[in-house]
Design a protein around this ligand. Structure first.
Ligand code: HEC
Length: 599
């Protein structure tokens, strides 16, 4: 009997403990999420702040709606003291649209991070909405978790709170004092975690579930001889790298070139890890990245072409002068002219780069300099007024036009290559080759290059989000095929919209976290018709702050220029003007529309 009573007491204490002293995860991992407006946020980017407040939001929860009012008042008092406020929505039943509707109805003027995979909420140990977290962005330590205050309960509300837990916690943070513990558990609406619950009872198979995701999204670079520094050659390699994989997946550093798939037009071959895939990868990694007995490892069986050009033997091959690359240090962009020595006009169907040393060559952009450009005068070499006709970046496919389309290169034209190298810890010489593939007769359609760009700007020192905009008027009916955002180290994000003559507009592409290492060309699944008078607008921002790890010097203002210490803001694009047919009168003539396409 006595023993029984003891048990009851013990049980009661454990129960009350779980109610009143919520276990604090000592640390959260760094993470990146898009908010309900599509903007990218990474926790560690805010490490110049004293604290980050994250309020768990869920549509339809009365305590959340009510608590948000208090949160706003606290934000208004603390926001200019180095505290950054967010909401985070992990509810599986909510999505970006419904969250935006709720935000509008209840006037939430916070960025609401949309935790589609629920993995951030899980790592924080979230159970109910309305709980609030205070995180130290330098150490990623959770300093406080619990309710905002004690005003709200289930179906109950007090006029005034007696305990102002969040205010007290923030006041303590600002005065470097210890944050009080022992706040009660936050009341709020319970959140379902269907994926977590499913994988409690379902084993994730390495061969059937995990390896296919890696083959689809990672192995093209992570193989022997590929651009990435380590290869996913077999299970053992993947297992060894698995915790690092989790980190780059949670911060969205890999795979490179991600776009916001909630907006814009469908893009060809875009790499995307879906929330479901992310869950599977992370649960598998957390379980120790095992391979079950009897599973056959598909990775060692993969083969990769080692031919220089993926498109086969080119019609014209040019060797880029050899470039010596030191073992370490930062290398400025190199601008290297390549003479084409054409004795007649040609129609190109594709251009492909065979990088000499993939470990150091990060990207190439090929600018076409036609003879007309020179005689027109005022065209500085390589300032981007010339068309970009293709390029190389790891993971970027060769620039191939459709069978019936091509671009004209006039006799006397040359290429100017913008070549960006990074050092690899080993001195090397890069000997890159350019392959050009020709149509043997003029194609049906003439492709043109355009740019929605901005050249007159000054990004002030330490500016975190200096917005820029460039536009291009589409003067006659055209079809858009591809978009290639181009900025340097400070580039933060870029999106493209079409603003139609009837006043409507449409987002075409959003790259929420631009990275200059990856000069991807985003090709539309279907060419998009742009009626004459459409304005193609590129909007984006530069990050000239110390928060940008690529920024060589946050102390100086940055203006337009060729080198990496300068900036560019170009929304390159590939389009075809309707009726822009090849003209051949003796030697081929450049079509007028073709030159009109330049801004
Ligand atoms: C387009 C090529 C490409 C693809 C696709 C790619 N990676 Fe990488 N990955 C790289 C390169 C290049 C690096 C080296 C980055 C650097 O220079 O720091 C790298 C580095 C890494 C690292 C080491 C950490 C680091 O930042 O250096 C991990 C882990 C990783 N990748 C995981 C993945 C996973 C997982 C996928 C698929 C979901 C993937 N990568 C897809 C090119 C790629």
């Amino acid at each position: 009997m006595k023993f029984c009573r003891l048990l009851v007491v013990l049980l009661a204490t454990t129960l009350s403990m779980s109610v009143f002293a919520v276990a604090r995860p000592a640390n959260v991992g760094d993470f990146s999420l898009l908010d309900h407006t599509g903007k990218f946020h990474q926790l560690s980017w805010y490490d110049d702040q004293k604290a980050i407040v994250i309020f768990i939001q869920g549509n339809g929860c009365p305590i959340t709606r009510n608590g948000a009012i208090t949160l706003k008042a606290i934000r208004d008092d603390f926001a200019d003291q180095g505290i950054e406020f967010f909401m985070l929505n992990p509810q599986p039943q909510d999505d970006r649209d419904s969250i935006s509707d709720e935000a509008e109805e209840f006037n939430y003027d916070f960025p609401i991070l949309v935790d589609e995979s629920q993995l951030v909420a899980e790592s924080l140990g979230v159970d109910r909405t309305s709980e609030v977290f205070v995180i130290d962005p330098k150490t990623l330590r959770v300093l406080y978790r619990g309710p905002i205050d004690d005003r709200l309960g289930y179906e109950s509300q007090k006029l005034e709170a007696q305990n102002h837990y969040l205010r007290d916690a923030l006041t303590a943070v600002l005065s470097d004092a210890e944050v009080a513990t022992g706040a009660p558990e936050a009341p709020g609406c319970l959140i379902s975690f269907p994926a977590r619950d499913k994988y409690k009872n379902t084993t994730i198979s390495y061969a059937d579930d995990i390896a296919p995701i890696l083959m689809e999204n990672c192995v093209s670079c992570h193989h022997d001889g590929g651009i990435a520094p380590w290869s996913m050659d077999n299970h053992k390699m993947v297992q060894g790298w698995s915790r690092m994989m989790k980190e780059v997946l949670m911060t969205r550093r890999m795979p490179p070139g991600q776009i916001d798939t909630h907006v814009g037009k469908p893009i060809k071959d875009v790499v995307e890890i879906t929330p479901e895939e992310l869950q599977m990868l992370v649960y598998w990694i957390d379980a120790g990245a095992p391979m079950g007995a009897g599973e056959r490892d598909p990775l060692p069986e993969l083969t990769f072409s080692d031919s220089l050009f993926a498109l086969g033997e080119p019609d014209l091959i040019y060797n880029v002068p050899a470039q010596s690359i030191p073992a370490t240090g930062l290398i400025d962009y190199r601008y290297i002219p390549v003479e084409l020595n054409l004795d007649e006009d040609v129609w190109i169907k594709a251009i492909e780069f065979a990088p000499g040393d993939r470990k150091v060559l990060h990207h190439v952009i090929a600018y076409l300099q036609s003879p007309a450009d020179k005689s027109a005068g005022g065209r500085d070499e390589g300032d981007g007024r010339d068309d970009s006709i293709g390029g190389f970046a790891p993971g970027r496919q060769a620039d191939v036009f459709r069978d019936d389309s091509g671009r004209l290169i006039r006799k006397g034209s040359n290429l100017l290559l913008q070549m960006h190298y990074t050092t690899s810890g080993k001195e090397t010489v890069d000997e890159t080759t350019v392959g050009i593939y020709l149509h043997d007769k003029p194609p049906k359609y003439v492709m043109s290059g355009g740019v929605a760009g901005q050249r007159r700007f000054m990004v002030p020192p330490h500016a975190k989000e200096h917005e820029l905009e460039g536009e291009m008027l589409v003067e006659s009916d055209a079809y858009l095929y591809a978009m290639t955002p181009h900025m340097h180290f400070r580039g933060r994000y870029m999106n493209y919209s079409a603003e139609y003559p009837d006043g409507t507009s449409q987002m075409l592409l959003s790259v929420p976290k631009y990275n200059f290492n990856w000069q991807f060309s985003y090709r539309l699944e279907e060419p998009l018709f742009l009626p004459a008078g459409t304005r193609l607008v590129a909007r984006g921002a530069m990050d000239n702050s110390a928060q940008n790890p690529f920024n060589p010097n946050p102390e100086v203002p940055v203006v337009f220029g060729l080198q990496t210490k300068h900036e560019m803001f170009f929304g390159f694009n590939t389009l075809r003007y309707v009726g822009d047919t090849p003209k051949i009168i003796g030697a081929m003539e450049i079509s007028e529309k073709n030159s009109a396409s330049e801004s």
